[in-house]
Design a protein around this ligand. Structure first.
Ligand SMILES: [Zn+2]
Length: 143
């Protein structure tokens, strides 16, 4: 999923790394990490629109160092300690976005170990869902 630029800026300015806990304002860049954990909040979440039951998964934001470390350590799958929730102020719509500005303390960190596991979205599942979707929308006709 894509993030509105002001969400990224806000998280970078006010947030901390979900893995090492360091403030993100000094890191070169931030990176969002998708986890196979159930999110009990509304934003940000990820999933595959066409794979049934795969939406509302938790995400973590990590600093450049942790991301780099995650990319090089292949032996153990990288799992940040926390997931991030950004609480958006839906009562004050901003320009060009369905939300914004933010509530003063709009960042919540959830312990990953407390979150429920969800199934992994495999390429096969995506392929199958795409085929089913195609059949549903076209009746199987080649258009
Ligand atoms: Zn970090």
């Amino acid at each position: 999923m894509g993030f509105p630029p002001d969400v990224l800026q806000y998280v970078k300015k006010k947030g901390k790394c979900c893995n090492c806990g360091r403030p993100l304002k000094t890191t070169k860049w931030i990176s969002f990490f998708q986890m196979n954990k159930k999110a009990t909040w509304t934003y940000p979440v990820w999933g595959n629109m066409i794979v049934p039951g795969s939406l509302n998964r938790a995400m973590a934001v990590v600093c450049a160092q942790c991301r780099k470390r995650a990319m090089t350590k292949k032996a153990k799958p990288f799992l940040p300690k926390h997931a991030i929730e950004v609480q958006l102020d839906l009562s004050r719509p901003g320009t060009g976005l369905p939300f914004s500005p933010f509530q003063p303390n709009g960042l919540v960190y959830h312990k990953v170990q407390d979150l429920e596991d969800v199934f992994e979205i495999t390429p096969e599942m995506v392929h199958k869902a795409e085929l089913e979707h195609w059949h549903k929308t076209t009746g199987g006709r080649v258009v």
